[in-house]
Design a protein around this ligand. Structure first.
Ligand code: MN
Length: 519
């Protein structure tokens, strides 16, 4: 990748003035990295240009692409943040600063569970960086991807270290952002370096098995195609092959061999509307016998990272087991590109000042955990202590989806209580919570919510928070709001107490005229 190639790549997606900025950034980075070499012996500049090119492919805004070009300048060259801010603006210098901080934090993040106490400070930096702007992590993922693609030039020891860290930190991070394709790319590359023998073995097994089933699948595919045409459902069918790393993980999970895994190759049906997804499911179940336990409706109940699709596994008359994944084009785009896709969509919808505005305000609902991270980051910056368990739970823990009676989706960590939900909806709803109805039935304060619950908060204006509630919340967000309210209620009480004394004194002097303060 060189300057001309990158510019050519960018031309269809950005405005004239943005392209000029890009050219300027390339020139500045080229000059700054002059004389530096990659391990492969190539000039260093090919790396930031490759990163920027990936960010363009992911549909990121121009500031992110500029930061991609400049991402290693502050750490590795004479260029300063002030210089970047003066030339490209605050957003770009902020992103580069974030990427630099994450790089520094990265060093101690190999084995998160084991090193957590020692890496607290590094993890905090990472959180602060993500919390402020999730684009930092997207740049970091593009950076990591290129480093993995060029890992063959590194010494063996470094390869293992980078590969392990990629599987433990960057893969899950991409998954959490819903970036399925990037996650797979990272995992496949990293796994091939971490355990080359196992990787090759599984690759061969998979190839053999696929050779047999692909031919048989062709017939199923033709049959489905015909049925969908007859029903006039516009569609596209593709085969998707399971990744080697996910196969490895599935095999490791239980006592299974490759023959017990049904979704080595799945057929993916992409249609135009949500309604068509369900129609396709009906048609498949008319054609073939479904395996009831394997029908998954991730459209009605998306995965915590926002993934949506219908999954079903059927048995054909030839006794072949075939998995189908049914989704709309939009769901497909999201499954592949995740958060990056929503940046793209938002950009199309909103005007240019979207990129200048605060990201959290427009994040899709299933990305609310990012907002929660921002709150943690704010606390860390103000010097407040956050328990380590909280830090790890909030990024890497499992999450559930619950719904308001109106159908709005809320994302909470697993184990969250009804009050956590109430405070997430609105701090006033939490404040006046009197009871809960979950899926229509009365639900106690101390019983955690489950994925897919419909939660209704019953409020009363006269009902106020109690200090015992601190035991009944599990999220940082709810705890912080509740604490503030408890302090305030305490304060109101002491003020009204003082007011009562003053009033009492006044009353002794004059006639009582004011209303009695509420107890
Ligand atoms: Mn880099």
């Amino acid at each position: 990748m060189n300057k001309a190639e990158l510019l050519k790549h960018a031309v269809p997606f950005y405005e004239e003035d943005e392209l000029l900025e890009l050219e300027h950034a390339i020139d500045l980075a080229s000059k700054a990295h002059k004389g530096q070499k990659r391990k492969s012996g190539e000039p260093y500049i090919i790396h930031p240009l490759a990163v920027a090119s990936t960010l363009i492919e992911w549909g990121m805004d121009i500031d992110t692409v500029l930061a991609g070009v400049l991402h290693d300048t502050v750490e590795d060259t004479e260029v300063t943040l002030d210089e970047l801010e003066n030339t490209f603006g605050k957003d770009v210098s902020f992103l580069v600063d974030g990427v630099t901080k994450v790089s520094q934090a990265r060093a101690g993040m190999q084995d998160l569970a084991e090193y957590l106490p020692q890496t607290k400070d590094n993890l905090s930096k990472l959180l602060i960086a993500i919390g402020q702007d999730v684009r930092v992590i997207i740049i970091k993922l593009a950076d990591r991807l290129h480093n993995l693609q060029t890992l063959q030039h590194m010494p063996r020891e470094k390869q293992t270290k980078i590969a392990r860290e990629s599987l433990e930190v960057f893969g899950p991070m991409a998954d959490r952002l819903g970036m399925g394709r990037v996650r797979m790319q990272i995992e496949e590359l990293a796994f091939s370096y971490l355990d080359p023998t196992e990787f090759k073995k599984l690759q061969n097994q998979l190839r053999k098995r696929l050779g047999r089933s692909t031919r048989k699948l062709g017939a199923v595919r033709d049959e489905v195609e015909k049925a969908l045409k007859a029903q006039h459902i516009p569609h596209e069918i593709n085969g998707r092959v399971k990744s080697i790393y996910s196969l490895y993980r599935k095999l490791k999970k239980g006592d299974r061999t490759i023959d017990d895994i049904y979704d080595l190759m799945a057929l993916r049906v992409i249609v135009e509307t949500k309604e068509d997804c369900y129609r396709v499911l009906g048609i498949l179940h008319t054609l073939y016998q479904p395996m009831i336990a394997r029908i998954k409706d991730y459209i009605a109940v998306p995965k915590p990272n926002g993934y949506q699709s219908l999954h079903t596994t059927v048995i054909t008359p030839a006794k072949q087991i075939v998995e189908f994944q049914i989704r709309t084009y939009e769901m497909h785009e999201f499954a592949e590109r995740g958060l990056a896709a929503s940046f793209h969509y938002h950009e199309q919808k909103a005007s240019k000042d979207y990129t200048r505005s605060k990201k959290s305000a427009v994040l899709p609902t299933h990305m609310q955990w990012i907002t929660q991270l921002q709150e943690i980051a704010t606390k860390l910056r103000s010097g407040e202590e956050i328990p380590e368990s909280q830090l790890s739970i909030d990024i890497f823990g499992d999450r559930i989806f619950v719904y308001s009676p109106k159908g709005d989706i809320y994302n909470l960590p697993e184990g969250a209580y009804p009050l956590d939900f109430a405070y997430l909806v609105h701090s006033d709803i939490g404040k006046h919570a009197y009871g809960f109805r979950v899926n229509g039935a009365i639900h106690p304060f101390d019983k955690p919510l489950q994925n897919g619950d419909v939660v209704e908060v019953i409020t009363r204006k006269t009902s106020l928070p109690r200090s015992t509630w601190l035991e009944l919340v599990s999220t940082t967000h709810a705890r912080a709001k509740l604490r503030a309210q408890l302090r305030k209620v305490g304060a109101i009480e002491s003020i009204s107490h003082a007011a009562a004394i003053v009033r009492e004194k006044t009353r002794r002097k004059r006639a009582p005229s004011e209303e009695t303060p509420k107890a």
